[in-house]
Design a protein around this ligand. Sequence first.
Ligand SMILES: Nc1ncnc2c1ncn2[C@@H]1O[C@H](COP(=O)(O)OP(=O)(O)OP(=O)(O)O)[C@@H](O)[C@H]1O
Ligand SMILES: Nc1ccn([C@H]2C[C@H](O)[C@@H](COP(=O)(O)O)O2)c(=O)n1
Length: 301
Amino acid sequence: MAAAIEAYLEKHGVNEMVQKALNAVVKQRAANPAAALAAEFTKMAKAAKQEEGASGDTSGDTSGDKPADKPADKPADKPADKPADKPADKPADKPADKPADKPAADAPVVFFVLGGPGAGKGTQCKKIVEEFGYSHLSAGDLLRAEREAGTDQGSMIEEYIKSGKIVPVEVTIKLLLSAIEKDGGKRFLIDGFPRNTNNMSGWQLTVGTKLALAGVLCYEVSEDELEARLLKRGETSGRADDNIETIKKRFNTFKMETLPVVEYYAHQGLCTKIDGSKSVDEVWAATKDFIDSKEAELKQK
Ligand SMILES: Nc1ncnc2c1ncn2[C@@H]1O[C@H](COP(=O)(O)OP(=O)(O)OP(=O)(O)O)[C@@H](O)[C@H]1O
Ligand SMILES: Nc1ccn([C@H]2C[C@H](O)[C@@H](COP(=O)(O)O)O2)c(=O)n1
């Protein structure tokens, strides 16, 4: 099935695949969107497998049913929830020149860290940094710093953050790439990214295989628990989004835009889900196991 998914991706691109699955799930008004998405991915993989069998060709020939006006790696036309009068959601940076199929053996390694707002991403990343010396880049922190720097983009970022929406990827990816370059490390935790398919396609187009994605961590916590944590954090954090109104909007964005991304990586066998509702130490034990096993895998390569 993995080969069939790869064939589908080669032909249609990651963004189209996720977007198509998402549209199908929205149409179904599925009670369990995550399960419905997984079922959609499986359906697509089966169709790709049949197509592959029929044509006997997995070379990426686009003469099949791929829409003529949509290149395989083109980002989504628009995210699910884009506010009006905002910049177009296409990455500003030009795509990597002729990307290699696979990352080089010595390419820096990246882990994406996802989970609902307040799931403990930052808390656990801090511990990984202490124990393993990884470089930690939080997309949210970078955006907040950019906002504070008082650039032209500052007020636009503020508006997105306060309304619980995801900033267009061309802004976020620039900040991430410049931080990665400045850091120069070999292991990166990218916290809070990719948060939607626009983020994913921006990464794919600008980073491609220059960095090696080794895995995706996703912390799962109920909304009730997240809400309690964020309201508590809001007593001292000073964050513009730690208030009940924005928290609810962030939950909605997480469900509608980020969960499909998590399910996509889960379907690719890249995502490890961790119960983030346990104590910090218990969550850390599971996180440490994950990193230990990834480090062992990476050593063998
Ligand atoms: N396992 C846990 N149990 C209880 N509280 C926790 C746990 N992990 C983190 N917290 C607390 O919950 C709050 C949110 O944690 P943290 O900032 O790490 O989450 P986050 O996922 O990075 O949030 P955001 O996405 O909003 O930046 C913090 O006040 C933190 O101390
Ligand atoms: N990829 C990202 C990450 C973050 N943001 C914005 C919107 C989030 O609500 C806010 C806070 O992020 P967090 O600290 O929770 O990771 O920052 C974004 O637009 N895109």
